[in-house]
Design a protein around this ligand. Structure first.
Ligand code: M6R
Length: 359
């Protein structure tokens, strides 16, 4: 049941505030104490290994920034299909975390089995609690997104991010690291902010009609928004069949800038945070070569850097730690409305399956 929406994807984008509230209810008590399963003891963990496929992998990449910066822990992130055949040495103090919406992805399950008996502990972040990955994990963290039907992952991604962030905050607290200002309290404001962005979807529809004419689209982001550039590009190619690539903004001049001309739109994901000026200077390099920039930022960013930009999507201000979660919504909306403009099958893109249970 699409609940009055045209597609399951639209319904699932709209459900994100509720889904995140459910995840917070499960893992954050009324006094803002993080209530993860007790077996998760980060004081005993020497390093983290995060493994997943597709969108889950990008959630892990964003979490790497959080675990390193907030909890000061060494973190390795890998796609499951590479990890399993590389046979990496797993040190005894490793917490291995497997992130999977379905809990049935063949490569992720094989990677988990490789770690069994080698890692100190195996944690599974799944949306389907009775899945194989859940069954074979020492600790299971259901993400509480609710059933996700559309092939393109949306609410599972934002719920994965919320729980990975709670894990990083818990790890910081247990390891005597200071928590970032106003966290975890500010997580409470996220559902309302997501709701605002979802309600403001019409600012994306005009942008998407333009994007639908392009052959190639580039997404740029820096710091913990770099994984979101990758996710934005994946979502767009998956749904609209337009070739899209995500890059770390600083990598632009190491190759991709050769692609830029007036036919290549560049989506720049840049809230006004500590790295804003750096990303803006990359954006100006794009504009100097005729590239059409779509800037995704907040009101302050728009005021500082909209000059010469083709379109600006303005999001509400949010604690900078939380930007990967809030900025996931415009990335989803861009893919969704571009697919609508192209007339592709949004919920069932060609060649794709919801759950990849074979290699
Ligand atoms: O069920 P999983 O989270 O293990 O699935 C992993 C990927 O197959 C999945 O995220 C895929 O990339 C999505 N179609 C992305 O929208």
């Amino acid at each position: 049941d699409k609940d009055g929406h045209k597609h399951f994807m639209a319904k699932e984008i709209a459900e994100q505030p509720t889904a995140i509230n459910r995840a917070l209810a499960a893992y954050l008590d009324q006094n803002n104490q993080i209530t993860l399963p007790e077996e998760l003891d980060f004081t005993k963990v020497e390093r983290l290994t995060l493994v997943a496929c597709g969108t889950g992998y990008y959630a892990c990449l964003a979490a790497k920034y959080w675990f390193e910066q907030i909890a000061r822990m060494p973190v390795e992130v890998d796609v499951a299909s590479e990890f399993r055949y590389r046979e990496p040495p797993i040190s005894a103090g490793t917490l291995a975390v497997f992130v999977s919406q379905s809990g049935e992805t063949a490569d992720t399950l094989a990677a988990l089995r490789y770690c069994a008996g080698k890692a100190q502990q195996i944690a599974g972040l799944v949306n389907v609690p009775e899945s194989s990955i859940a069954r074979e994990s020492d600790v299971v963290l259901p993400i509480h997104a609710g059933p996700e039907i559309s092939v393109a992952s949306t609410k599972a991604f934002t719920c994965q991010l919320v729980i990975l962030l709670l894990m990083a905050l818990k790890a910081a607290a247990q390891r005597g690291q200071p928590l970032p200002a106003d966290l975890p309290e500010d997580l409470r404001s996220l559902p309302g902010l997501l709701h605002q962005v979802i309600a403001g979807e019409e600012q994306v529809t005009a942008v998407s009609r333009e994007l639908a004419k392009a052959q190639d689209i580039i997404f740029l982001g820096r710091g913990h928004l770099y994984p979101l550039a990758l996710e934005g590009a994946l979502k767009l190619k998956e749904l609209s069949y337009i070739h899209a690539e995500g890059y770390a903004s600083g990598e632009l001049k190491h190759g991709p800038i050769a692609l830029i001309d007036e036919t290549v739109p560049v989506v720049v994901i840049a809230p006004s945070d500590a790295l804003f000026d750096k990303t803006v200077s990359n954006m100006q390099e794009v504009m100097a070569r005729g590239g059409k920039v779509i800037l995704v930022t907040d009101a302050k960013g728009a005021e500082l850097a909209s000059e010469g930009v083709a379109e600006t999507l303005v999001l509400p201000h949010v604690n900078s730690v939380l930007t990967p979660i809030l900025y996931a919504v415009p990335a989803q909306q861009i893919a969704y409305f571009t697919a609508i403009a192209k007339g592709t099958d949004v919920d069932q893109p060609r060649n794709l399956a919801k759950s990849v249970t074979v290699e």
